[in-house]
Design a binder for this molecule. Structure first.
Ligand SMILES: *Cc1c(COP(=O)(O)O)cnc(C)c1O
Ligand code: SF4
Length: 468
């Protein structure tokens, strides 16, 4: 498996050095951009790369026609559009873009993509199923997920909500919605009328794409509900647009007001962010974090485990140490969700278990991320090693979720590219793959009755899609 390489990141002090050169001036289109302009969130937003044409314009000779064609073909089958801030775009190593971890996250190449897993799901986590009212998922007893908008300052090509985020693509028709206070009322009322809810995740979409007015509207409304004890604004922003924290005074003032309002009422207002690679960490991120830390704001990180991005133990240790050093708590590392267009980025569950073992002990226990698998079909987040059964040969793991759906079993599947030829042959036939799933389930629940079997069979049927 992984292992064997020297554990260089474990004792290295590299995480204390934050990149602070004029790296963006290496990009032909931005060679004359000053530090002041680059540090301004408006300049970043205005110069974000949103079309393939702009990739070409900004890079000029630094990108080959072959790579452009590869991206173009990738975008034809990808579920996400492109949107990349100059900050992230300039951190990509354009001398070696094929293997670059940031390029892999934001600019898909057709030559690297793989057919989706036979049991992939557009809504892998059943967010739309476990939804009592629009824009809200209520799965766990005391916490809810609120999705007030579906736009972001960057679009990740592996987004778990690619079914709604970031506008329609050639491959996927979607109903993206912007921030709209009038439409939030049903969800806010549900939260108000459901006393067991104490915790609200405000996600989307990205809180950086809400105006100051919207930040206040949602904050005041939620903090005005006595049973709400904790709210989290989710934004990938600190990783991809840290300049907003240091230069968008109106947004910051609104957020800090909500933070202080919460403090005065005994309610926690925090930020959850999304760094996946230590390359995203620079002096710009550190400056943003220094400001948030000085204001007493807690920031936690949720990363997605991805092949060739952070699947190496040294990379994961380095990410963990960098985040910890600038006072971001590495909270979760997710095993990749089974959504379309990212089969090439998924790892096996076993890789996640091994990585968790390698990373634990690297730093303070509260800064060691919990590795979780968000069980497809709405089982919720489960610790990677807590599966009931794992058939590593066929890449099938079975899960229970006692506090979520105590009478159901959940199934996660490893990517087929990680299985051997014999397993791939078994997977190529629909009857044989259903048999493998039932065999795995019967290892956990030998009593599996006929009706339960039928239900699962129906679920597998529904989720089966012909590969591209
Ligand atoms: C992740 C998630 C939450 C928050 O869970 P934590 O483990 O507390 O971070 C709440 N609701 C839904 C539907 C979620 O997916
Ligand atoms: S920032 Fe989050 S919601 Fe937005 S595209 Fe990326 S993963 Fe999806």
């Amino acid at each position: 498996m992984i292992q064997s390489e020297p554990r260089s990141a474990a004792f290295s002090l590299e995480h204390r050095e934050f990149r602070d050169d004029e790296f963006w001036q290496e990009i032909p289109g931005w060679k004359d951009v000053s530090r002041e302009d680059f540090g301004n969130y408006l300049w970043q937003a205005k110069n974000s790369v949103k079309k393939l044409k702009e990739v070409k314009e900004v890079l000029g000779e630094r990108i080959s026609d072959k790579l452009i064609a590869d991206i173009e073909a990738g975008l034809r089958i990808a579920p996400m559009n492109i949107r990349i801030t100059p900050y992230v775009f300039a951190l990509i190593d354009w001398d070696n873009p094929i293997e670059d971890p940031l390029r892999k996250q934001f600019l898909p190449l057709a030559s690297q993509m793989l057919p989706d897993h036979p049991y992939y799901l557009a809504d892998s986590l059943y967010e739309d199923v476990d939804s009592p009212v629009p824009m809200l998922t209520h799965r766990y007893p005391d916490k809810v997920l609120f999705l007030p908008l579906t736009t972001c300052p960057v679009y990740c090509s592996y987004c778990t909500r690619s079914r709604i985020i970031g506008g329609s693509t050639d491959a996927v028709e979607k109903h993206t919605y912007g921030a709209n206070a009038a439409k939030w009322e049903t969800a806010l009322q549900y939260i108000e009328e459901t006393p067991q809810i104490e915790d609200v995740v405000i996600s989307g979409g990205d809180a950086f794409n809400m105006t100051a007015k919207h930040i206040r509207h949602i904050g005041e409304r939620l903090l005005g509900i006595d049973h709400i004890r904790r709210i989290r604004y989710a934004t990938k922003g600190i990783a991809i647009l840290p300049q907003k924290i240091t230069t968008d005074e109106s947004w910051m003032e609104a957020f800090l007001e909500m933070h202080r309002l919460g403090q005065s009422r005994g309610q926690q207002v925090v930020i959850h962010t999304h760094f996946s690679s230590p390359i995203e960490v620079t002096q710009w991120s550190k400056n943003a974090m220094d400001r948030l830390f000085a204001e007493g704001v807690i920031v936690r990180n949720q990363a997605v485990l991805q092949e060739g991005v952070n699947s190496d133990e040294n990379v994961m240790m380095s990410l963990t140490k960098s985040l910890s050093y600038m006072n971001i708590q590495p909270y979760y590392v997710y095993i990749h969700d089974m959504v379309p267009g990212c089969e090439h980025l998924r790892t096996t569950l076993g890789q996640g278990v091994e990585l968790e073992k390698q990373v634990r002990g690297i730093t303070a226990g509260f800064n060691v991320p919990t590795f979780v698998c968000d069980a497809p079909g709405g089982g919720g987040k489960r610790h990677v090693a807590s599966y009931e059964y794992y058939d590593t040969e066929n890449g099938i793991s079975i899960w229970r979720a006692p506090n979520v759906k105590p009478n159901e079993l959940f199934v996660y599947f490893d990517p087929l590219c990680k299985l051997d030829a014999a397993a791939n042959k078994r997977w190529s036939d629909s009857a044989s793959r259903e048999r493998m799933v039932f065999d795995a389930i019967s290892k956990v629940d030998s009593e599996l009755g006929a009706s339960e079997r039928e239900k699962i069979s129906e679920r597998l049927e529904k989720t089966y899609h012909v590969s591209k």
